[in-house]
Design a protein around this ligand. Structure first.
Ligand code: GRF
Length: 208
């Protein structure tokens, strides 16, 4: 059984997709050990509670400095005794101490086809605004392992989504979530749960 921690900051629709796909049997041999939010008002916390999943808040506001917060975040994750950390819209930079402790055991969903529209400054609606400004016709999402760079870790799964005439950043964001994020994040977790993802020389190989 793969035990996962899901780290969230906001609405938690990716968390919901994981909860639903465990319930439906699309993800197997996986258990959500807990949800951690940096934001006490995140709706994701309500989703966790409704699903009967332990949820906790670890907010930088409640710690004297970043280093102490980083330690507390790592302690919170450690306390859940997990095999995999899933960043599902988690807007906090992952501390190096956590990356060292969980090398190739942290995955993130990014709402673009990496290496397009990624790196520092590309988060949330900004990604979709940039794609529309550039006039690309295909966008998408990427699940990747987290390393010490920003969106630079080994790519596990990607899915493309069409841009349509008249798209606004909000409309495009929603389509990318529905057609890509909520599909590939659960799929990547299921692959990892079944030992089908291996990283060699910085490249993730995913077995069928
Ligand atoms: C998603 O677009 C994700 O790609 C980005 O933040 C958003 C999270 O949405 N990193 P939600 O909290 O899962 O609804």
């Amino acid at each position: 059984m793969l035990r996962i921690a899901v780290l969230v900051s906001g609405g938690g629709t990716n968390l919901q997709a994981i909860i639903d796909k465990i319930a439906s049997g699309d993800i197997t041999d996986t258990e959500i050990a807990g949800v951690i939010s940096n934001n006490e008002n995140a709706y994701a916390l309500t989703r966790a509670k409704k699903a009967g999943i332990p949820a906790m808040v670890v907010s930088p506001k409640n710690f004297e400095n970043r280093e102490v917060f980083n330690r507390a975040l790592l302690d919170a994750v450690d306390s859940l005794n997990v095999d995999l950390i899933v960043l599902a819209g988690f807007l906090v930079v992952i501390p190096e101490i956590m990356i060292d402790a969980y090398t190739n055991k942290i995955i993130n969903i990014h709402p673009s086809l990496i290496p397009s529209f990624c790196g520092t400054g590309y988060y949330g609606l900004k990604v979709h605004e940039a794609a529309l400004s550039r006039g690309v016709k295909l966008v998408g999402a990427t699940v990747h392992f987290v390393d010490k760079g920003t969106d630079t870790g080994p790519i596990i799964m990607q899915k493309a989504v069409e841009v349509k005439n008249g798209d606004t950043p909000e409309v495009l964001q929603r389509r990318v979530m529905e057609q890509a994020e909520w599909v590939i994040m659960p799929a990547a977790i299921d692959k990892i749960a079944h030992g089908k993802v291996k990283v060699t020389d910085g490249i993730a190989i995913v077995e069928d």
